[in-house]
Design a protein around this ligand. Structure first.
Ligand SMILES: C[S@@+](CC[C@H](N)C(=O)[O-])C[C@H]1O[C@@H](n2cnc3c(N)ncnc32)[C@H](O)[C@@H]1O
Length: 285
């Protein structure tokens, strides 16, 4: 049985089994919330819960080093809520912002069983946060702003929105933001066949076999396989440090996202591609 649906004005085929083509990151996580039984897929790290745990420990450590108790925290694009589940302990109240009803329902289900009543979830996007002006102490936005559909305009809109909701002297933590295009030379579009050829040439036969097995698993219904275009947003550190000034933020710390090594702001050290940035909001001019 085939289901036809319209996604971003392109007609795509949604097989009964969950092999899904999407055209932006918001649509991707919506489909994951509908079809996947594994909540870690909401983080974009597939079955790698170890990476999610490692990232949470880095973000927590970096925030703790600031020695601030926050009145409130928002996590924009909060995935499965696991970052909030840890860092809410540094605050009186914590809110997860998530772009689709499907993810919202899933998050409320996950957190129904938890004892804490400190955490709530709301529908919103990085450039449309349902919170009043100058009210948030800590904004966390980890591994969100590079997704398919983001570009410099949406990125700037998001920084403007962070500035709007953030209290003066509040902290903005942007994590896992790439400096370079991780998708360079990946010209397979949304074709699975072309993707397998790319995998064979660039990753070798073992990974190719794994990829085909994952695909077949989806075909026979036990897991989800998402196919999406190969474009992403990225911004070099120095560019970001200039851009952010337009939104009245000052950078106070930078870390390598992969190993949490602290970098100096002017450092030209070779790092892995993704960086974590901590900014403080200075008074609006
Ligand atoms: C790679 S996951 C990261 C989840 C979580 N922050 C983490 O690090 O585990 C990307 C997240 O961005 C969210 N997202 C997609 N489009 C968004 C948008 N326009 N505004 C805010 N969040 C968005 C997705 O719903 C998903 O939760």
């Amino acid at each position: 049985m085939f289901n036809l649906y319209n996604c971003n004005s392109k007609l795509v085929i949604d097989l009964k089994m969950p092999i899904i083509k999407v055209y932006n990151s918001t649509e991707k996580y919506k489909k994951i919330a509908i079809y996947s039984k594994n909540n870690n897929e909401l983080t974009g790290r597939g079955l790698r819960t170890d990476i999610t745990k490692k990232r949470i420990s880095f973000v927590k450590k970096n925030l703790e080093s600031l020695n601030i108790f926050f009145q409130n925290i928002i996590d924009v694009g909060c995935g499965d809520g696991s970052f909030l589940n840890e860092i809410n302990k540094m605050s009186n109240k914590a809110f997860g912002i998530i772009p689709t009803e499907e993810e919202l329902t899933k998050l409320r289900e996950i957190f129904k069983k938890k004892i804490t009543k400190k955490i709530e979830f709301y529908l919103g996007k990085s450039n449309k946060i349902p919170i009043k002006d100058n009210s948030v102490d800590l904004i966390l936005c980890n591994c969100v702003l590079h997704g398919v559909g983001f570009n410099i305009d949406v990125f700037r809109d998001s920084l403007r929105e962070f500035n709007r909701v953030q209290k003066n002297k509040g902290i903005l933590y942007i994590g896992e933001l790439p400096q370079f295009n991780e998708m360079k030379n990946r010209n397979y579009g949304t074709s699975f066949f072309k993707y397998t050829i790319w995998v064979l040439k660039n990753r070798g036969i073992k990974i190719l076999i794994k990829t085909v097995i994952d695909y077949l698993k989806s075909l026979f219904g036990s897991s989800i396989y998402v196919i999406q275009p190969t474009n992403m947003f990225y911004i070099k550190k120095n560019n970001l440090l200039e851009t952010i000034k337009d939104y009245n933020y000052k950078c106070i710390h930078i870390f390598d996202s992969s190993n949490n090594k602290k970098l100096t702001l002017s450092s030209s050290e070779v790092t892995s591609n993704r960086l974590d940035y901590i900014f403080v909001k200075i008074n609006n001019k």
